[in-house]
Design a protein around this ligand. Structure first.
Ligand code: GLU
Length: 300
């Protein structure tokens, strides 16, 4: 099966060093295997999306010398696909409505990975005491499923869904489909064979594999690269106000390449074009550091 990779940024702010690392790793991995590389804008969480961020990210990617295949897919235009997947889960009783409020769930026990575990309040039907509430989220049953997968870099990962997260949300009470559902539907619909992304999403992978199995969709190969963290150990993100990439992207590209422990060329690249000539020839996934997180280089 020929390789299809993707980069799937959420347009919640400008492209920063952390997202550049994920973009670079996924693109180089795809191209080095003769694969296609897609870009998908993950704006399914509309309230968190920022006006203009998607076009800004695409412009920055192009400036960094990334060339993607085909049209950029935008999640907010694909709700019919997510709704159809949800309908299949509902029809088979694998998803159920939940009337719990976020507030109520704040006191739920914490799972091993630091996420709240859904206590199952609405699993057998919404209890009469809260049935008058009109808003419903939809949750998928996890049962006793323990998911194992072999990450290409981080090796064997296992998660017992019931004790890590419990039945999880696939459609939110505000009517928006959850990231976990959208990403699974899109990866399958776009024929993605290899997911290369930041380690912070490794904890979501078992949920995604669970959904793939329930929906009868193939499971791609996963490779989670280290996440860039700042001096206080926080992931660089829009929330920690990671700096947007500067107009000249070459230093950041070179820094991202080094961050991924990739082989330096004979001479430092003098242009974005030179950088890519070297990167596409020299990419070596076997050299990637198998760490969950690594300090971002200073000044990015
Ligand atoms: N949209 C997610 C993010 O920006 C990435 C999702 C993924 O790669 O699966 O963090």
């Amino acid at each position: 099966m020929s390789y299809v990779g993707r980069f799937a940024p959420s347009p919640t702010g400008p492209l920063h060093f952390g997202s550049l690392v994920a973009a670079l790793a996924s693109c180089c991995d795809a191209r080095s295997r003769g694969g296609r590389w897609l870009v998908r804008i993950e704006d399914v969480d509309e309230p968190r999306s920022q006006a203009g961020a998607a076009s800004d990210i695409l412009r920055k990617l192009a400036r960094c010398g990334f060339r993607w295949d085909g049209e950029v897919v935008v999640q907010s235009a694909r709700t019919a696909l997510y709704e159809a997947a949800l309908a299949r889960l509902v029809a088979t009783g694998l998803a159920y409505p939940c009337a719990c409020t976020r507030r109520e769930l704040e006191s739920a026990p914490m799972g091993a990975g630091g996420e709240r575990v859904y206590p199952g309040t609405c699993r057998q039907g919404v209890p009469p005491a809260i049935a008058a509430r009109t808003q419903r989220a939809w949750r998928v049953r996890v049962g006793e499923a323990t998911i194992h997968f072999d990450d290409r870099l981080q090796r064997r990962c296992s998660q017992a869904l019931a004790t890590a997260v419990g039945d999880f949300v696939v459609k939110r009470a505000d009517g928006l489909h959850a990231y976990q559902l959208a990403v699974v539907v899109d990866d399958a619909e776009q024929g993605v064979t290899d997911v290369v992304r930041g380690f912070d999403l490794c904890a979501s992978t078992p949920r995604q594999i669970h959904l793939q199995r329930l929906l009868g969709l193939p499971t791609p190969a996963y490779l989670h690269v280290p996440v860039a963290v700042d001096a206080s150990g926080e992931k660089l993100s829009k929330q920690t106000r990671a700096a947007a990439l500067p107009e000249d992207p070459l230093p950041a590209l070179v820094a991202a390449w080094r961050f991924l422990d990739q082989p330096a060329g004979a001479a430092a690249p003098r242009s974005v074009g030179e950088f890519w000539n070297h990167a596409l020839a020299a990419w070596d996934a076997a050299r990637l550091p198998p760490a969950a997180m690594l300090p971002a280089p200073p000044g990015v």
